[in-house]
Design a protein around this ligand. Structure first.
Ligand SMILES: Cc1cc2nc3c(=O)[nH]c(=O)nc-3n(C[C@H](O)[C@H](O)[C@H](O)COP(=O)(O)O)c2cc1C
Length: 370
């Protein structure tokens, strides 16, 4: 099969920052920080490989954003103070060393926190028992705790924590850009999701109201980092604890979600689905990346989900994506862009790399200077 890959290797500019190609590493939590949330030398080596392997941008794991309820996992990294932010510098330098854009993902776990050294219990938009069970490979077991419904003050504090952390990520750690984690069942997605958000105030009800938390966070982050720093939002339907969730109002919801993000000044929208090319709603309908493109025509669209094969990657660019992001395929092939460029085969992803615990394994760093 002969596929023209030139589109994958053309640069794109996002809010003044040039990304050298269209292939980025998707965010992956690997719980390899110190117990007090500092990024480590192992993480710096792990992230540097992706840049050396030719990725145009690297989005970090979800980094927790305050010393209250944001932390989701034991050994997750944070950026809640200057010490944690400084600890990210070696990893950021590693990502930038070979010309990749370093994007920090800001994450508040909300109701599905399963390891938080700052607080007992979890909070969310409403006191609704999360679906599913905690993730064993992140040291979890059994069901999630029943969260407490957030007060106005707690909502304001969570937004402020994300904004302040984004500021530290840029100013202290040296990241180029910020991704706000609005996807996958974490706090901001809990606000967007109808069954986890049962509020009757301005944060709940209509899709417009349920988007408010994400948009207020975007506004606060923008105010903190300034107009010249790329800021984006990750959005999904599925969740780590509910894979098959679909937005009730389907394409009308997509219009509200993507249209309001564009209106709110997002520089990029990162959509993720299990298989990015599938119809987002009814059979035969448009994919989520196509809908994002339609309703946010001037915004860079990053698309994720099963896009590591060259044919799927190229097809995604035709279906509305500007950049594709790769998670498991990047673990199996830290040099995936170089392989695609050279027409070399890809290694298959081996799930055992994430077991029994999902931390970074020495075998992933083989062949690298310590
Ligand atoms: C080990 C692992 C950790 C992940 N952690 C995060 C995370 O911290 N933030 C996030 O937005 N997505 C996270 N994801 C989801 C991935 O970014 C991606 O959406 C998913 O793996 C599908 O992409 P793929 O088909 O390229 O693997 C994680 C995925 C894996 C496999």
């Amino acid at each position: 099969m002969n596929i023209d890959t030139s589109a994958l290797f053309s640069p794109i500019v996002i809010n003044g920052c040039t990304v050298k190609n269209r292939i980025a590493v998707a965010p992956m939590t690997r719980i390899s920080a110190t117990e007090d949330g500092r990024a480590t030398q192992t993480m710096a080596r792990y992230y540097e490989r992706f840049s050396r392997g030719g990725f145009g941008a690297v989005i970090t794991e979800g980094i927790y954003t305050d010393q209250a309820y944001a932390q989701g996992y034991v050994h997750q990294s944070g950026v809640t103070d200057a010490v944690q932010a400084s600890a990210w510098q070696p990893a950021v330098n590693g990502i930038r060393a070979h010309g990749a854009l370093a994007i920090a993902q800001m994450m508040h776990a909300g109701a599905i926190s399963q390891g938080n050294r700052f607080r007992d219990g979890a909070v969310g938009p409403s006191a609704v028992q999360p679906k599913g069970e905690q993730m064993a490979f992140y040291h979890g077991k059994d069901r999630y705790a029943l969260p407490a419904a957030m007060t106005e003050t707690q909502i304001a504090d969570a937004i402020e924590g994300i904004a302040a952390s984004a500021g530290r990520a840029i100013e202290v750690a040296g990241f180029d850009a910020i991704e706000i984690h609005g996807a996958n069942g974490y706090l901001l997605d809990q606000f967007l999701t109808d069954y986890t958000n049962r509020r009757s105030d301005r944060w709940g009800g209509s899709t417009t109201n349920r988007m408010r938390m994400i948009l207020e966070t975007l506004k606060a982050v923008r105010a903190r980092v300034g107009a010249g720093v790329p800021v984006g939002v990750r959005i999904s339907q599925g969740k780590v604890n509910d894979y098959y969730h679909k937005w009730a109002d389907a394409e009308r919801d997509a219009e509200v979600v993507f249209g309001s993000l564009a209106q709110g000044g997002a520089d990029f929208i990162h959509v993720t689905e299990f298989e990015a090319w599938q119809p987002a709603f009814a059979a035969g309908g448009p994919s989520l990346m196509r809908l994002a493109r339609r309703h946010a025509p001037g915004t860079a669209i990053l698309a994720n989900g099963g896009l590591h094969s060259i044919a799927q990657a190229v097809a995604a660019l035709d279906d509305g994506a500007d950049i594709i992001t790769i998670a498991r395929g990047a673990l199996a092939n830290p040099d995936l862009p170089q392989r695609l460029h050279d027409g070399r085969p890809l290694a298959d992803f081996d799930p055992s790399i994430l077991g029994p615990i999902a931390d970074i394994k020495p075998s992933e760093l083989v062949g690298q200077a310590a």
